[in-house]
Design a protein around this ligand. Structure first.
Ligand SMILES: [Ca+2]
Length: 417
């Protein structure tokens, strides 16, 4: 239910301010403002307008679903990515560089041996994990990580190897099949989510490494920074990628102009790649990543710089650049996402669930015809609140979460009995 097309709803009192008060006054007027949507705080970029009224601050959609939060496992250090094995156990990455098997009753295996080293400073480390589509016969797994080089240079990378199960699990025949280039002296904005397209191609989401020289490359087509790339399962470039054969353009690029994408999943109804990327102060975005499209960073952006002030020229729209499906200002700090398709929670069917780091919440978004129609924040009553790093649907239809913590946990949301 949209109250109006504007982001800001002013209570009638504001209109009753004395006529001599200047329109820019920050004094008593500000205290009477109330902002639409689930987050009542004011936006960081107070003068920005959405391109469409349904692009931000969707109405609160209370699902009133009664659920319990069950701790499945604990003692994981900064867990980042979770995948289910066919027998119901889980593969979970820990950012410092360990991959573990976790049983349904929470037992952790020793670290899987044979993974190449990671650079675990700041946002780097062992990131996502994914099973091959033919895992049942190949036992092949994929993982993303920040790859270390001399002098503190790092880049996002993807490796694949044959998973050997058992009491001393390991990977064999390991190959690093992708290296983001160029490497940068930064420990930030690696992106790192791995998603299979329906046709068997592999998407990797990335970031632009945060530092200014990296940020400026998000629009450079001979650089892999700030790009979502599409690869064959062996790391080679699919012949039908949008920029294959173009001079000066990396053929791995699927879409560009991204800031830092730590959440991605296929929409089960359309097969499109949906992603949620980190903005600065304001400007987290839901996008549908389509072949060859420019998502605008850093030329257009919602929000403001961390230190204050406009981003680039302070514009939010430009011809030839895609508008986000939705954006948040203030941000949620998104990591991990899934569309819910299970039957345990009928009211949540087709909702998009996104992990919230800074927001310390599970964000539920209702979607109709690729537009956001409502938003809900879950786990805000949890004590203490926790940063949510990943969200997956389990084979049992429950929602599984990773908490981003030195003593991180796997949580499971199940219907309240
Ligand atoms: Ca954008």
């Amino acid at each position: 239910m949209w109250k109006c097309g504007s982001v800001v709803i002013l209570i009638a009192l504001a209109q009753a301010a004395p006529p001599q008060a200047p329109a820019t006054s920050s004094a008593p007027q500000a205290q009477t403002e109330e902002y639409a949507g689930v987050d009542k705080r004011p936006p960081n970029a107070k003068n920005q307008k959405p391109a469409r009224p349904d692009q931000t601050r969707a109405p609160e959609a209370k699902s009133n679903v009664a659920f319990d939060v069950v701790t499945v496992a604990e003692g994981l250090e900064k867990p980042w990515g979770l995948q289910f094995l066919p027998d119901g156990r889980m593969l979970v990455t820990e950012k410092p560089g360990r991959l573990r098997i976790v049983t349904a009753d929470g037992k952790l295996s020793p670290a899987v041996a044979g993974l190449p080293p990671v650079d675990a400073r700041n946002q780097g480390g062992l990131l996502d994990v994914l099973l091959a589509r033919d895992y049942a016969t190949s036992h092949l797994i994929y993982w993303s990580f920040s790859e270390p080089h001399d002098g503190g240079f790092t880049n996002t990378a993807v490796a694949a190897g044959v998973f050997v199960d058992g009491d001393t699990p390991r990977v064999e025949d390991v190959k690093v099949i992708y290296h983001q280039a160029p490497s940068m002296q930064s420990a930030l904005h690696y992106g790192g989510r791995l998603v299979w397209q329906r046709d068997g191609a592999l998407f990797l989401t990335q970031g632009e490494r945060s530092i200014t020289p990296g940020r400026m490359q998000a629009q450079n087509m001979d650089s892999l920074l700030g790009k979502i790339v599409r690869l064959n399962a062996d790391g080679s470039v699919p012949k039908d990628n949008p920029f294959v054969g173009r001079d000066g353009v990396r053929p791995e690029i699927w879409s560009y102009g991204h800031r830092n994408v730590e959440a991605a999943t296929l929409n089960p109804n359309t097969g499109d790649l949906w992603e949620v990327e980190h903005g600065t102060r304001g400007g987290d975005e839901i996008n549908i990543s389509r072949a060859g499209k420019d998502y605008g960073w850093p030329t257009i952006a919602y929000g403001i710089e961390y230190q204050g002030g406009p981003i680039t020229g302070g514009i939010t729209q430009q011809d030839g650049m895609e508008q986000p499906v939705y954006y948040w200002d203030p941000v949620i700090a998104p990591s991990g996402m899934t569309f819910y398709t299970g039957s345990l929670f009928p009211k949540w069917k087709d909702s998009l669930f996104i992990g919230g780091l800074a927001s310390q919440a599970l964000v539920r978004v209702e979607i109709k015809n690729d537009r956001v129609t409502g938003e809900e924040r879950l786990l805000t009553e949890m004590s203490p609140r926790e940063r949510i790093r990943d969200v997956r649907q389990g084979p049992d239809g429950a929602l599984y979460l990773l908490t981003d913590n030195d003593k991180g946990r796997i949580l499971k949301l199940v219907p309240r009995k």
